[in-house]
Design a protein around this ligand. Structure first.
Ligand code: NCD
Ligand code: ZN
Length: 389
């Protein structure tokens, strides 16, 4: 089947051009630059209405709560919420019940994702068994199912465990993603370990200027370190709402925005962390982000005159590159994981309309700009404005 998406503004990390895009058998067959309505025979037309067509977003950090915490979210509700947010690939964290820490548990989640056929799943393995202090998981067997390891939710307190984890990330060629608490001191420790041991480090949800400064310095020294931000740490400061890391100062927020503008921050993740009302009341940290992430990022980027190409780089191209994934760019031959957005459309955050099973957010009533109109996965539209197919 051939489908032609006409009348769009094509935007990815390096493109911003009017055009059209032909899809054949779930892949991008041809891209028409500066030609929005090419005449082709035997194609189904999808009129893009002058909106922005981007590569599907790839989230480097989310919590799908599956298995075991499915009253907060499950893989199906999480992926449907993600598709509504324009995400086609998700890197899910391992802090489920039980913790995903062996090949069988990884395989079970990958099989579940395959059967659902919603988003592509990269399932993190824990670095240590059941998030223990120092019992590393079996890398040989787990690496067959994942390229991502993290004890996210918890800091890796034990320096020797972190050193062994980094060494393993070289031996087995994977990304070790860290939740750092205290943030800056832990990142500084890990940078010293990277210097000694090498390794592939991704620092989750950075929130402080001092952390970014340390990472910038480490990058200049040639270390393999990347980092991500979250929508909430870029969008707001000083908010009294429990999340790890907490909302920081306005100075920190502005430094993070600068890091997005100048290229020193690599990825825009979500840290989508759904929790029930009861769990929030008991103090669980986290914000439900899939359905507002793009608009929150878009608002901040446009307020600070950071181009959409850069947002696409941070939400698609760099995550794909870092995790060795398909997609991430508008390129002929690439999988047709795409999102159509209206950057102008304004809306008010209404958590009671979330597709997610939970609706924990401090941003109810907030005016945002930038709406996902539809999300396409492998050539099939899987979310259409207002309803999940
Ligand atoms: C996350 C969660 O709820 O699992 N919470 C959060 O506040 N970010 C854990 C995490 O990402 O650290
Ligand atoms: Zn975390």
């Amino acid at each position: 089947m051939k489908q032609l998406i006409t009348h769009v503004r094509l935007v990815d990390a390096s493109t911003d051009s009017p055009g059209a895009l032909l899809i054949e058998n779930g892949r991008i067959a041809k891209i028409y630059y500066n030609e929005t309505n090419p005449h082709l025979e035997g194609v189904a037309i999808i009129d893009g209405g002058g909106h922005v067509l981007m590569p599907g977003f790839i989230d480097t950090h989310c919590h799908l709560r599956d298995p075991g915490l499915t009253y907060k979210e499950d893989m199906e509700s999480g992926m449907k919420a993600a598709l509504k947010g324009g995400f086609t690939t998700l890197v899910a964290m391992a802090n489920t019940a039980p913790v995903v820490d062996n090949a069988d548990k990884l395989k079970a989640n990958l099989d579940k994702a395959k059967a659902l056929d919603l988003c592509t799943l990269v399932q993190n393995s824990a670095l240590t068994e059941n998030f223990s202090k120092d019992r590393l998981v079996d890398f040989e067997s787990t690496r067959k199912y994942t390229q991502a390891y993290s004890n996210d939710g918890l800091n890796i307190d034990d320096t020797d465990t972190m050193a062994k984890g980094l060494a393993a990330s070289t031996t087995y060629d994977f990304i070790l993603a860290t939740h750092c608490e205290p943030e800056t001191a832990t990142v500084q420790r890990d940078i010293e370990l990277l210097k000694e041991k090498g390794g592939h480090l991704h620092v989750c949800h950075i929130s402080k200027k001092a952390t970014l400064d340390a990472i910038v310095k480490a990058k200049k020294e040639g270390l393999d370190i990347t980092c991500e931000v979250t929508p909430h740490h870029l969008y707001a400061s000083g908010v009294d709402y429990k999340v790890h890391p907490p909302f920081r100062s306005e100075e920190d927020r502005l430094a993070l925005i600068q890091g997005c503008a100048d290229g020193t921050i690599d990825c825009c993740g979500t840290d989508h962390a759904p929790h029930s009302h009861e769990d929030k009341a008991k103090g669980s940290p986290g914000i439900n982000n899939f359905e507002t992430a793009f608009a929150m990022y878009h608002k901040v980027f446009s307020d600070h005159s950071i181009p959409l190409t850069r947002l696409s780089e941070m939400m698609s191209a760099t995550p794909a590159k870092r995790y060795g994934l398909q997609g991430g760019l508008l390129a002929e031959g690439s999988v047709a994981d795409l999102v159509l957005v209206d950057p102008q459309a304004e809306f008010i955050v209404e958590p009671n309309t979330f597709v997610s099973k939970s609706n924990n957010t401090p941003f109810a009533g907030e005016h945002l700009q930038g709406r996902v109109l539809w999300t396409m996965k492998g050539g099939a539209i899987r979310y259409d404005y207002g309803q999940t197919l």
